[in-house]
Design a protein around this ligand. Structure first.
Ligand code: URA
Ligand code: SF4
Length: 228
């Protein structure tokens, strides 16, 4: 527990252990109270997958099924993402999956309805949770981060980042350990890259789902080519 060090302004920071790998982070994150989202959610949904992975996929926040299961990307959006990865030729077993925000945020359930409706995290929740994502980037040390949608993009690269402008292109990043990361000229020292694309939930909501899925797969193929 962070005791007197913790305050709302610090968000998750006082809860992040200085040492240890992903398992240590996951254990500590289970007790995070860095923002109010822990109050109504079932549990912290920390990242999962290979703890030293060449590629790290970052979503927005856990959904209804992830909140119950305690694992990221196990619901409908996760299924779509895994099938898109397979189509693009990226082995999901080689990847690390996480979210910009680690607790499920939802609107109150209407009478008679079982499924809770997801609400997008706001800037203060994204900022509060960012130390966990930064710690994951430091521990996993990926060569490539795939940002799925606007929340992931803004959490990783700052509030002015626009997925629509950058999707599908490989960005070279300065290998700083803190978020937000900043881009640099291709070929400069560092070696960390980022590719932004749409969130798999946006594909599920799209009017033309086949076309939206093809777009996601095309972006992921750029990632697959980079990974070789
Ligand atoms: N959507 C996300 O962004 N992350 C998940 O883990 C599930 C759905
Ligand atoms: Fe902590 Fe993030 Fe959960 Fe907020 S959403 S309580 S910062 S883990």
């Amino acid at each position: 527990m962070p005791g007197a060090r913790g305050g709302a302004a610090d968000g998750a920071l006082p809860y992040v252990p200085a040492r240890g790998g992903i398992p240590a982070l996951r254990r500590a994150a289970a007790d995070c109270r860095g923002c109010p989202l822990y109050e109504n959610a079932t549990q912290t949904v920390f990242g999962a997958g290979r703890s030293r992975a060449r590629v790290m996929l970052v979503g927005e926040q856990p959904g209804d099924q992830e909140d119950r299961a305690g694992e990221p990307f196990v619901g409908p959006a996760g299924h779509l993402l895994r099938s898109a990865l397979e189509k693009a030729g990226i082995d999901e077993e080689q990847a690390y999956f996480t979210n910009a925000v680690k607790h499920f945020k939802f609107a109150p359930v209407a009478e008679g309805k079982k499924r809770r409706i997801h609400k997008a995290p706001n800037l203060s929740e994204m900022t509060a949770c960012r130390p966990w994502l930064a710690a994951e980037v430091r521990r996993v040390r990926p060569e490539l981060i795939v940002a799925l949608g606007a929340t992931a993009g803004k959490s990783l690269l700052g509030g002015s980042f626009k997925v629509t402008e950058s999707r599908g292109s490989l960005l070279s990043l300065r290998a700083e350990s803190d978020l937000p990361l900043s881009t640099q000229e291709e070929g400069a020292e560092g070696g960390l890259h980022l590719l932004a694309t749409v969130h798999p939930s946006a594909v599920l909501r799209a009017k033309d789902r086949d076309e939206a899925l093809a777009g996601l797969v095309a972006d992921l193929r750029v990632a697959a080519r980079f990974l070789g």
